[in-house]
Write a protein that binds this ligand. Structure first.
Ligand code: ATP
Ligand code: MG
Length: 324
């Protein structure tokens, strides 16, 4: 009996909370919570980092180094990869080569899974029955063929690269080292530069591990640190999400947008607490929504001011430290 009473009290509590949040959302003209997580985030929510994106793309184009996008969890590594993937197919390098891109987003892969995932991402055919070395050889041959016959280099994006099995790395290394000495002998000057550029992502801990365990790749890889959001970008991050929830995202103007009911100085507090990490800013903004919704219910004022932001940032400080 006691359990039933507790249960209903709990359900009532959650329902009231939901209604409170919903009332706040309605007040600010939102159709859903602006700070909910999306499985497939809409690219219209992305705050661009044009300079950083250019530096990634420039490195790929010059073809001197592989790339390791380095940053803490939630800093935007995957998002930047998607933006670079979007731009590359429209570009060419100084020799006039175009780009074919592949993206491996799964991790925890064994040798064969990695080989198959790479082949799939580059739309290269292989037989299920093949060994991983046969699959990777087919990828190598096709990448070289595309380079020579189609004047296309391959850019292969590998997420959280260190989360894969060690054996999978040797497959990556083989591609990273293409063309082989035999291929160079065979094709001469038509094949005198790397054919596959790797763009990998991971935390700095994994980068350090790669330096010690895979110096052969790491030595030829440029680590690039994902830039944190500055206050203006944090503001745009919030602004885009608010516009999205209002159904106004297509009219979003990065030079002139509203962050109502957020105050400017509240966003500065949130950005500082999250060290410019977009995932953490979203989490904090969600916390602010909850406090502001309770406040709105009591006072009729839906604002997220610096006081609310400070309260939430302080409460989350401990959690953010834990997950980092
Ligand atoms: N530039 C950005 N503009 C808008 N939202 C962003 C941006 N970068 C990241 N985000 C959002 O922040 C969250 C984390 O981003 P993302 O998944 O890209 O980070 P990550 O570094 O790949 O994280 P993980 O280490 O968990 O793989 C996502 O919800 C993403 O949509
Ligand atoms: Mg990621």
């Amino acid at each position: 009996m006691t359990i039933a009473i507790h249960e209903s009290a709990l359900i009532r509590h959650f329902n009231t909370r939901k209604e409170t949040l919903r009332a706040w959302e309605e007040k600010i003209g939102a159709r859903f919570s602006p700070f909910r997580g999306f499985k497939m985030p809409d690219s219209r929510l992305y705050v661009e980092h044009p300079d950083f994106l250019d530096s990634i793309v420039d490195l790929i184009i010059t073809n001197e180094r592989h790339i390791f996008l380095r940053g803490p969890v939630g800093s935007g590594k995957s998002t930047l990869m998607l933006l670079a993937l979007r731009d590359l197919p429209t570009l060419a390098d100084r020799r006039g080569n175009k780009f074919i891109t592949g993206y491996v987003g799964m991790t925890g892969l064994y040798e064969k899974q990695m080989s198959a995932a790479i082949a799939d991402s580059l739309r290269i055919k292989y037989r299920r029955s093949w060994e991983s070395s046969q699959i990777i050889e087919a990828v190598a041959q096709e990448s070289v063929r595309r380079y020579i016959e189609e004047k296309s280099r391959t850019a292969l994006f590998i997420e959280d690269v260190a989360d894969n099995q060690e054996a999978a790395f040797h497959k990556l290394r083989y591609l990273a080292d293409l063309p082989t000495e035999e291929m160079k002998d065979e094709y001469g000057t038509t094949l005198d530069e790397p054919v596959v550029t790797l763009v990998m992502s991971g935390t700095s801990m994994y980068w350090n591990a790669m330096l010690s365990f895979l110096p052969q790749i790491a030595d030829r890889t440029e680590p690039l640190d994902v830039p944190p959001l500055n206050d203006d970008k944090a503001k745009e991050f919030i602004g885009r999400r608010l516009a999205y929830a209002r159904g106004d995202i297509d009219k979003f103007d990065p030079d002139d947008f509203s962050i109502y009911p957020f105050h400017d100085d509240a966003i500065v507090v949130l950005n500082q607490a999250s060290k410019g990490n977009p995932r953490d800013i979203r989490m904090l903004a969600r916390g602010c929504q909850q406090v502001a919704a309770e406040n709105y219910k009591r006072t009729g004022n839906p604002d997220v001011d610096v006081e609310i932001a400070t309260l939430v940032a302080t409460a989350y400080e401990y959690i953010l430290k834990e997950v980092r």
